[in-house]
Design a protein around this ligand. Structure first.
Ligand code: PHE
Length: 344
């Protein structure tokens, strides 16, 4: 048996050496290493031998099988390389042909704007804090100083779920409460974050309003934060976003969760302030709602309003993208029409 093994080994190796084509190689493999191949049958036949011969025979048979498999791999690669070289030489492959361009995907215009936001706010020392889309009524309203029956609740028509008090957030401001409750209370820490995310409002969809849209909330809480910090911070953001010469104005406003509150306008970057359709001939575009965090909200977040103060703002990236590119209809944003998306 042992000598038969060696004969077969020598024969298989010799045959392999003379093989030059893929077909011949396949046939060789089937003959020796296939399921019913000679070598494999030999390996299997170990069971028919007398006990004392089995170990030696098995070891040698396995070694031969492994050696042949390895030689087969090497042969297979060299045959492939030879075939490729022949193709190149014979002109079957034209290496001067230009490659086929691949279709590239693109980023959504909102993603572009959001990424620009992250960049600018990061440069200004604000970290991104992610809060949830599904909120409870308390965090979305009550803790933000809008108790039940507060008229401001009507300004934000709400998507309710079948679970009582579980809603889709109507703005990113509830994230203020969640962040403050994480960093406030015991061992209170200052905060400087932006909270980007989707907001939802149960409204009629029109060219100007959608039921879902991004907001980028900002929150800074510290020991000596004043209104001038808010003004300076937003002005700096606007310069980085709209250019160093961007002109700003602040208008007194009202939000239940900030006091005092103001809205921020930037001079219309499409007409340069002379008045156009996009700025509705006012020369100004609104970019943010903002204000000093209301003492009630600070307390609800675990910050003592006698010691801590802060500012907050909310911006709408879709609105800014819309204005920037003079897009006439907000419904394009979630319409998934490639003719729209491919323009960015
Ligand atoms: N949450 C407000 C809105 O959706 C915007 C805002 C945020 C105002 C933070 C003041 C401070 O309109």
């Amino acid at each position: 048996m042992q000598s038969q093994l060696e004969t077969i080994y020598a024969q298989a190796a010799a045959e392999l050496d003379s093989i030059a084509s893929g077909e011949a190689l396949d046939a060789w493999e089937a003959k020796y290493l296939g399921k019913k191949g000679v070598v494999i049958e030999l390996v299997r036949s170990v069971g028919t031998l007398p006990k004392e011969e089995r170990a030696d025979f098995g070891k040698r048979a396995n070694a031969i099988r492994d050696a042949l498999m390895e030689a087969y791999q090497r042969r297979s690669e060299s045959i492939k390389a030879q075939a490729l070289a022949a193709d190149l030489e014979g002109g079957a492959i034209d290496v001067t042909l230009p490659g086929r361009p691949r279709q590239m995907g693109g980023l959504h215009p909102s993603t572009h704007t959001l990424r620009r936001f992250y960049e600018i706010w990061a440069e200004m020392g604000f970290q991104v804090y992610r809060s949830r889309d599904v909120e409870d009524d308390d965090t979305n309203f009550t803790l933000l100083n809008m108790p039940p029956h507060h008229p401001a609740r009507d300004m934000q028509d709400t998507f309710h779920t079948t679970t009582p008090n579980v809603i889709l957030r109507t703005h990113t401001s509830p994230g203020q409460i969640r962040a403050m409750r994480e960093f406030g209370g015991e061992g209170t820490q200052p905060i400087r974050i932006i909270l980007p995310g989707m907001s939802y409002r149960f409204e009629q969809i029109t060219a100007r309003s959608e039921i879902q849209f991004h907001q980028v909330e900002g929150l800074a809480v510290g020991k000596h934060i004043r209104m001038s910090d808010l003004k300076g911070t937003i002005a700096e953001f606007a310069k980085r976003m709209f250019g160093q010469n961007a002109k700003m104005r602040y208008r007194a406003s009202y939000f239940p969760f900030t006091e005092p509150s103001m809205e921020v306008d930037v001079e219309c970057f499409l007409c340069g302030g002379t008045g156009c359709r996009i700025c509705k001939y006012t020369g100004w575009l609104e970019i943010a709602g903002s204000g000093m965090v209301h003492p009630v909200v600070l307390r609800n977040g675990g910050y003592d309003p006698d010691v801590w103060s802060g500012f907050a703002f909310g911006m709408g990236p879709e609105r800014m993208t819309l204005l920037r590119h003079a897009i006439p209809d907000i419904r394009y944003f979630w319409g998934n029409d490639l003719r729209f998306l491919e323009q960015f």
